[in-house]
Every structure is written in C-alpha cells, then in structure tokens.
Design a protein around this ligand. Structure first.
Ligand SMILES: Cc1cc2nc3c(=O)[nH]c(=O)nc-3n(C[C@H](O)[C@H](O)[C@H](O)COP(=O)(O)OP(=O)(O)OC[C@H]3O[C@@H](n4cnc5c(N)ncnc54)[C@H](O)[C@@H]3O)c2cc1C
Length: 489
C-alpha cells in the first residue's frame, strides 16, 4: 500500500486525504495546529463559539458533490439553512436587504433603477452559464497543459460572453445606480483585486451569491471540516495534530520522508496544503525552490484581514446574519488594499452575527459577532491601540443602524491580524485568502500543483489551482489527490 503524507489539515488537505483513502492509500495528515479546519478553525470561550475564518457558505452544490463522492450527503453531518435575507448592505444613504428569492431581488433593483430588474435577469443568465462551465468543468482541470482547454464547443460558448474584460466594465454595461454597481462588484473584492482587475469570468460569483444563495450550517462553519474529518477517519486516515513539518527530505529528486520535531515519516508521496510559499521556501532545500524571489514578490495576493471576535452580553434586535458596511468611500478603501497598500482610514467592513440564526454559538440572551476589515497582505502590524480605534469606529457604524452602543456590552474580545496569520498558518505575507484571481494569475498562470523537479511532491490549497475560498480549496484537494493517483497508476 502506498504511503501518502498530507501537510496541513485545512479544507484542501483533508479533501486530498479523503480522495486518497478512498483509492486505498495509507494516508497521514500532519497539522501544526490543534485540530482540523486550517483557516476555518474555531475559538470557544465563555460559551461563545467563534468561527475564526469563513462565514459565508456558498456554492452548496460543490460541498454536496464532495460528500456524494463518498456516498454521503451534507445532511449526514450537519443541518443547512438558507439565509433570508442573504445579506444586508449598508450604503451611505440607504440600506438594502438582499432577499433570497430572485423575483424579490429583481424588485429591489427595479426600485433603485428603472429597467434594472430585467437587466439583472440578463446579467444572471450569463453568470449562470459561466458558473455551469466554470465550476462544473474548468475548475476541475489540473492546468498542466493549455490543451485541457481545447474543448471547442465549451470555449465557443464561453468566449461569446464577457470573460476577459474587467468586472467593472461588465457590471457597468448593465447598471448605472451606484448602489447596484457596488452590490454587483463586491463579491470579487475577496478574490483579490478591485473590480477593474478581476476578469468578468468571475461574474459567476454573482450567480453563486445571489441565485444559489447564502447558507449556514447549524453549529457554525466549523461543522464542515469536522464532517470532513469524520469522513476521513472512517476511511482510515490518520491525523497527527500539534506537529509542525520542518523539512521535506529529497533523495534523487524524490520525497523520501517528512520531518517534524517529534519524528521522521517515510512516504511514497507528499501533498502539501500549507501555504505554497512556506512549503517551497521553508520546507525544501534551496536547490528545489522552483520560483524565484522576483516571481513571489510579483504575485498579487488576495487581502489579509483585521478580525475581531466579539461576545456581547446582550442581543441586538434587528441584526441580520451578514451585514456589509459600504457607507464609506469604496474606491478609497479598495485602493489601500491593491494600489497603495496601507491601513485604511475609514474602512469598509463586514459583520457576521451567526447567533442571529444559531442559538448554539452564544450563551442564551447573548450575541456572537465577527467583524472583518479587509486589508492589504504584507502590511506592517499595527498596535493594539490602533486596533481599538478601528473597533470603536465600527461600533459607531453599528450604533447608527441599530441605535445600540455595543461597547459597554462587550464580554469577550479577541483580535486576529496579519502577524497572527503568519504565526498560526505560516501565511505568505500574512494573507487570509491566498493568491488573487487576477487574469494573469488564473489557471496555468498560478503556481502549479506539481513540483517541477520532485515528481512525488504536490501542492494543494488556496495559493494554487483553482484559488481562494472553501469550495475551491476542497476542489484543490481533489485535484492534488488525482495527481498522486495518476503518478502511481
Ligand atoms: C477571515 C477569513 C474569512 C474567510 N471567509 C470565507 C468565506 O466566507 N467563504 C469562503 O468560501 N471562504 C472564505 N475564506 C477563505 C477560506 O477560508 C480559505 O480559502 C480556505 O479555508 C483555505 O483552505 P486551505 O486548505 O487552502 O488552507 P488552510 O486552511 O490555511 O490550511 C493549511 C493548513 O496547513 C497548516 N500548516 C501550515 N504550515 C504547516 C507545517 N509546516 N506543518 C504542518 N501544518 C502546516 C496550517 O496550520 C493550516 O491548518 C476566508 C478566509 C479567512 C482567513
């Protein structure tokens, strides 16, 4: 039986482990932290259960597909509920609740701009096609050769659409009202670029976001990695936690073993789902670095974040599960992430309040809040005082829409920022979301899954194919596992 070691127990690592175990591989996952989940870890304090990372459950079909590959379904592990409204957006002079039903969403659009309901339909029918092709076909290609894209029927259909022009131009072809433009442009911010840099192919995100909907697994987002862990264990995968891999040893261009502080693990193949840069630069001998310093410094990273996990000693009536605060200058903040990397003065931010939907994540009568300010990866860390200022800034914004000052009600508060991403996950430049999905960092133009010299070393996760986000990370694990299986078949 072939022995495969997986470095890292985030979504991509556990996904890879499951696919390998299904094919009869002897699999061990080695993780530096205390449990599964990677960036989707949890903090449990004072009766609050905080999801540390992802909070939007999107593309439910991808997660369903993962479990069905093993004869299971998500409902075997957790209960999914659809959120309605999907989310709320606070603009300078208005607040929009984005309804779950598409017909109601069209009405919201129509109220802001006459004729935009029909345009939304047209926009989404194109986005739907991109989603069907992008998420059901292209995303599963290993990107080893451009010939993989030679399915002419498929390409013909896609190339008739807006694919390579920017999201900014694409959205403006349909809508004029500034709030609608923001609404349609926002999902790509987390892909790692402003709408002027992200190709219109990614309007598929709008389809995922507005039509497929926002979902929530009761118990929190950590229910997903816990379910994947259970599945992996049931197929015999071994997990070693609290052990950091320090070296991948190579003999004759082949990985022979992996070294931690507590042991040496022989193997036939390795999949590293740790941040790509960390694996290449810190775990391999210099002679095996296959990307130059210039290459890495030229990569565009998706944002990092300043996060606040906040437990309140009271409820906040009227709060929605997801709220986006877009009431400051949008372009100014986005500029500070991508063009002129620096800490924003008046940030846009996102607030998640899972206790609105799920009583199990906060003690009775209390609220579980998660504030996220997207910031440029690679910035110097700020002081606790500066973080406190950001928190007060967001409290004021929340006060404005809820008429409640949460500050005196804070029972638990923990921040997490760029230096924490580096320390906890070995994140390159402290990134939160990996590598940006800009045009020049899409598909083959991302760091590849296969090491160029070491034939049994593969990479998975959000810095390689297909990109950032929970569903792509799960797909990445599947693709990496396929590569190992191909090597030995
Ligand atoms: C704050 C935040 C919010 C997000 N929101 C969303 C969202 O709402 N929806 C969504 O779909 N996506 C979201 N994402 C993105 C999503 O969480 C990630 O894309 C995904 O979790 C990445 O999974 P991964 O397996 O690639 O990497 P990771 O989760 O980082 O897993 C890699 C693992 O490797 C381990 N590791 C690193 N070095 C070593 C070593 N030397 N030895 C052993 N182990 C090592 C790390 O500890 C980590 O556990 C968010 C991310 C963040 C940070």
């Amino acid at each position: 039986m072939k022995k495969c070691l997986v470095i890292g127990a985030g979504f991509s690592g556990v996904s890879a482990a499951c696919y390998l175990a299904k094919e009869g591989y002897d699999v061990t996952v080695i993780e530096k932290n205390e449990g599964v989940g990677g960036r989707a870890s949890v903090i449990e304090e004072k009766g609050f259960v905080f999801d540390m990372g992802p909070s939007w459950y999107w593309m439910p079909d991808v997660l369903e597909q993962f479990f069905s590959d093993f004869g299971k379904q998500t409902s075997d592990y957790y209960e999914l509920v659809r959120l309605n409204p999907s989310y709320r957006v606070v603009f300078r002079n208005s607040v929009i609740d984005v309804p779950a039903e598409f017909e109601s969403l069209k009405e919201v659009f129509e109220k802001l701009e006459k004729g935009s309901g029909k345009k939304l339909e047209d926009f989404m029918s194109e986005a739907r096609y991109k989603y069907e092709v992008g998420m059901k076909k292209l995303v599963y290609l290993p990107c080893e050769s451009w010939w993989e894209f030679a399915d002419w029927q498929l390409l013909k259909g896609v190339l008739k659409l807006d694919v390579f022009i920017s999201m900014r131009r694409h959205v403006r072809k349909y809508f004029r009202h500034p709030d609608l433009i923001r609404l349609m442009e926002f999902p790509v911010i987390f892909l790692g670029g402003h709408a002027g840099q992200i190709p219109a192919l990614y309007s598929l995100m709008n389809y995922a976001d507005s039509v497929l909907g926002s979902w929530y697994p009761m118990g929190g987002m950590s229910m997903i990695p816990k379910a994947m862990f259970k599945l992996a264990k049931s197929m015999g995968v071994e997990f070693i936690f609290n052990q950091e891999v320090k070296e991948i040893r190579i003999r004759n261009n082949v990985c022979s073993e992996v070294v931690t502080d507590s042991g040496v693990f022989p193997c036939d193949a390795v999949i590293s789902s740790a941040d790509y840069y960390h694996t290449e630069r810190n775990l391999l001998d210099k002679s095996y670095w296959h990307h130059s310093d210039a290459y890495w410094s030229g990569r565009v990273l998706a944002p990092s974040c300043l996060l606040f996990y906040v437990g309140l000693n009271r409820k906040i009536p009227g709060l929605t599960h997801h709220t986006l605060f877009f009431d400051e200058d949008f372009d100014a903040h986005v500029n500070k992430i991508y063009n002129n990397p620096s800490w924003p003065e008046k940030p846009l931010f996102y607030l998640s309040a899972p206790s609105v939907t799920d009583p199990s994540v906060a003690p009775t009568g209390k609220e579980n809040l998660f504030f996220l300010i997207p910031v440029a990866s690679g910035l110097d860390e700020i002081s606790d005082y500066q973080k406190q200022d950001y928190f007060l800034f967001m409290c004021k914004k929340l006060n404005k829409i809820t008429q409640i000052n949460i500050e005196p009600h804070v029972e638990y508060l923990r921040t997490f920022s760029i230096s924490d991403f580096k320390a906890r996950y070995h994140a390159f430049k402290g990134n939160a979301y990996g590598l940006a999905n800009t045009l020049f960092q899409t598909a083959h133009l991302k760091p590849g899954m296969r090491h160029k010299k070491i034939k049994n070393l593969f990479f998975a996760g959000q810095l390689t194919i297909p990109g950032p986000g929970v569903p792509p990370a799960i797909i990445s694990g599947k693709l990496a596992a396929r590569q190992v299986i191909k090597l030995f078949s």
